[in-house]
Design a protein around this ligand. Structure first.
Ligand code: FAD
Ligand code: SF4
Length: 409
């Protein structure tokens, strides 16, 4: 593997850098690499942090091949620049040695509900501008899906402790184990003097399949399993229904935690899988087996019954999948994990009283304003399940709008 310096030196410093265009927060990649090569590590870190407070995380978990790396001009000739490797080094150095600038306090109070990537980003940006921030989360630590979703082997939880220290340094008050919308609502918060509220509650409720057997004792939802894998006894044979990124994380965790034999049932063909190619590759290396083009139709105590799915491509290019109910197969299973996506759950609007979209997500304008005065939203609760960097991008827009709103109060 090339050294970080030689990787940085390969950048052509394009006038219109494709890599920055491919990044949802337009990271100024050539400028960062120039500062890095000039030995200006702190300035490089500052540039990254001010543009994306979570760059130490996104440099690790972003789908690089689709974003920055996938848009590098060197793709045309051979090997693109792996900027994220340099970004991770600069950003982790910066957050570990973080010193806040002088901050002039403003007498405005913001409540941020949900301490995932969107909530952390809004809290850091507005705390740096002098706002008084209280960050609430239903769970006991910050991070959202970074803590209770992405497994430790992909993202060390230690990094969240570093971010907690930064939030403490910026005097962000954190209220753990506080689910807004049960006994406290947005209305109560306005009564207590909050000027604006940001809802960043994500989408952590698993979608159900609607199959017979879904309530049996050996059946679990992937998103729940990943919250605390040590609480589960899965046994030797684990079947996972669904083949997205969450399914892959659950499979790789089960292999690590219990040395289970894991089979992923993929409804579609290998080339149609939603999971990142790099993650699928790693899952295969870890020993995960895939059964492509099979649909689960029933979960029983010791097996999952599935049927073959045929793929056809119409003349106009439309791809169709149809189950062949004559071709049944039983796959043995001590445990079954369902990973067919997630949503906000039925209580999406319990925090405030805002309009909801047909998909059950919070309705916002392009800047994150909801239909309720003083209430803003960002992250997966607005878009449905996406990526960390997309949550950061929306949170940045919402922070600008919250500031504008507070200045006009
Ligand atoms: C298993 C898994 C793997 C993933 N892997 C990747 C990856 O490799 N790369 C990538 O870029 N993205 C990945 N993602 C997606 C990414 O983590 C999310 O897009 C991102 O975390 C969304 O951020 P958010 O702040 O909107 O929501 P979340 O991270 O979901 O945070 C929401 C927070 O709100 C809290 N909350 C909810 N309701 C309330 C309430 N009423 N009151 C108080 N608090 C509340 C929750 O406890 C949670 O902490 C993954 C997601 C999962 C689940
Ligand atoms: S934030 Fe993500 S997409 Fe943007 S430069 Fe960093 S790794 Fe690439």
């Amino acid at each position: 593997m090339s050294t970080l310096k030689s990787e940085a030196e390969r950048c052509l410093k394009c006038k219109v850098p494709g890599c920055s265009k491919g990044c949802p927060v337009s990271t100024p990649i050539p400028q960062v690499l120039t500062l890095f090569l000039e030995g200006k590590l702190k300035q490089a870190g500052e540039l990254l942090f001010n543009n994306n407070p979570l760059s130490a995380v996104t440099s690790i978990v972003c789908p690089h091949d689709k974003n920055c790396k996938g848009h590098c001009i060197l793709n045309r000739k051979g090997e693109p620049v792996s900027f994220y490797r340099v970004e991770e080094y600069i950003s982790s150095f910066f957050i570990e040695t973080y010193q806040p600038p002088q901050i002039r306090k403003i007498s405005k109070k913001i409540g941020v509900v949900g301490a995932g990537p969107a909530g952390i980003t809004i809290s850091i940006i507005l705390a740096l501008k002098g706002y008084s921030i209280t960050l609430f989360d239903a769970m006991d630590g910050i991070g959202g899906a970074l803590r209770y979703g992405i497994p430790e082997f992909r993202l060390s939880k230690g990094i969240l402790e570093v971010y907690k220290k930064i939030l403490d340094t910026l005097e962000v008050k954190f209220r753990p184990n506080t689910r807004i919308g049960t006994n406290i609502s947005a209305e109560d918060m306005f009564l207590d003097g909050y000027d604006a509220i940001a809802i960043c509650t994500g989408t952590s409720q698993p979608n159900r399949f609607g199959l017979l057997g879904e309530t049996l004792g050996h059946v679990h939802f992937a998103i729940d399993y990943l919250k605390s894998p040590d609480a589960y006894k899965l046994g030797r044979k684990v079947v996972i229904i669904g083949a997205g990124n969450v399914a892959i994380d659950a499979a790789r965790t089960a292999i690590r935690k219990e040395h289970s034999e894991v089979t992923i049932l993929n409804y579609k063909a290998p080339e149609d899988m939603r999971a990142y190619k790099s993650e699928v590759e790693m899952a295969i290396i870890d020993g995960v087996k895939f059964l492509h083009q099979y649909q689960a139709v029933r979960i029983a105590d010791k097996f999952v019954r599935c049927v073959r799915v045929n793929k056809s491509v119409a003349e106009d290019g439309a791809v169709n999948f149809t189950e062949d109910f004559q071709s049944s197969l039983e796959v043995s299973a001590d445990s079954v994990i369902i990973a067919i996506g997630q949503g906000p759950g039925a209580d999406v609007n319990s925090v405030g009283n805002t309009k909801v979209t047909q998909r059950g997500l919070l309705e916002v304008d392009e800047f994150g304003s909801t239909s309720q005065k003083g209430v803003f939203a960002a992250g997966d609760i607005v878009t449905g399940p996406k990526t960390v960097i997309e949550a950061v991008a929306l949170a940045k827009k919402a922070a600008v709008k919250i500031e504008e709103y507070c200045q006009n109060l």
